[in-house]
Ligand binder design. Structure first.
Ligand code: DGL
Length: 268
């Protein structure tokens, strides 16, 4: 048994899709969430900058005494997995469990991958799928405008702007006839309804935050790393920009309100 909190981080609010799932599957576990809302998006930045930010984010969680770190961010997972692997606590990210779920789901062996520019250019999902099944065709698409839409709460499929942007990005994989689409960035599940509208209800959407949360839960269960029954749960949310904005949009992700605490980190 281990009563320390689980640490989860993202460049912003997207990682809350993993938190939402952790609240469901591990309701007794304490959590520390770090959202780097002051520097989001990461996905349009260069690899070295992403890696520097990722290291700082992981250090922040370690200073809060977490027992495991979940990079609930496709971009960090794609650019900084080796940094996570070197942590003194177990490290989890979104790429491997999400690729496994997509390979299980596809019937026509055609998978679309939506992600940030950094994630798509890293080739992380294409590689992970190829290692699982080299006969699957993968259709990656970078969607740099999705994160700003979501961070601004712009997610309704009725919104003209959402429809135009989603339609533009999805058009190639729609033409390719994929039957499974990886939402390779943890922000994207909020655009699920708009994505479904373009791709059709028969296409399976794989939520990377959810898959990562399940992988982490299974690993903690297997290794006896869960908290003792009856332990008082705590959940702390830290952000690097105004907490008021965080609280408003966080509710869209979690379905309930949370208070964010702004932290002043020295990012040098
Ligand atoms: N949620 C992050 C991801 O999964 C968003 C990336 C960004 O900040 O651009 O990739």
């Amino acid at each position: 048994m281990d009563n320390r909190p689980i640490g989860v981080f993202d460049s912003g609010l997207g990682g809350l899709t993993a938190v939402k799932e952790l609240e469901k599957v591990l309701p007794g576990e304490s959590l520390v969430y770090f959202g780097d809302t002051g520097r989001v998006p990461y996905g349009t930045k260069g690899r070295e900058v992403i890696r520097r930010y990722a290291r700082q984010d992981m250090d922040f969680l370690l200073r809060h005494g977490v027992k495991a770190v979940l990079a609930a961010c496709g971009t960090v997972s794609s650019a900084a997995a080796d940094i996570g692997a070197g942590l003194p606590v177990p490290y989890f990210d979104v790429v491997a469990p999400t690729a496994r779920a997509a390979v299980r789901a596809t019937e026509n062996r055609r998978i679309g991958v939506l992600g940030t520019s950094a994630t798509i250019h890293s080739g992380s999902y294409v590689k992970a799928i190829g290692e699982l099944d080299g006969s699957i065709e993968v259709f990656p698409e970078a969607c740099p405008l999705f994160v700003p839409l979501v961070e601004n709460g712009c997610i309704s499929p009725e919104d003209e702007l959402v429809r135009i942007v989603v339609g533009r990005y999805l058009s190639p994989m729609r033409g390719a006839g994929v039957d499974t689409v990886i939402l390779g960035c943890t922000h994207y599940p909020l655009l699920s309804r708009a994505i479904e509208q373009v791709m059709g209800a028969k296409v399976t959407l794989i939520n990377s935050g959810r898959e990562a949360a399940h992988a982490l839960a299974a690993a903690l269960e297997e290794t006896g790393g869960l908290c003792a029954p009856g332990t008082k749960r705590r959940a702390e949310f830290y952000v690097t920009d105004a907490p008021e904005n965080f609280s408003t949009v966080a509710e869209l992700f979690l379905g309930h309100s949370v208070e964010g605490t702004r932290v002043d980190m020295t990012f040098d």
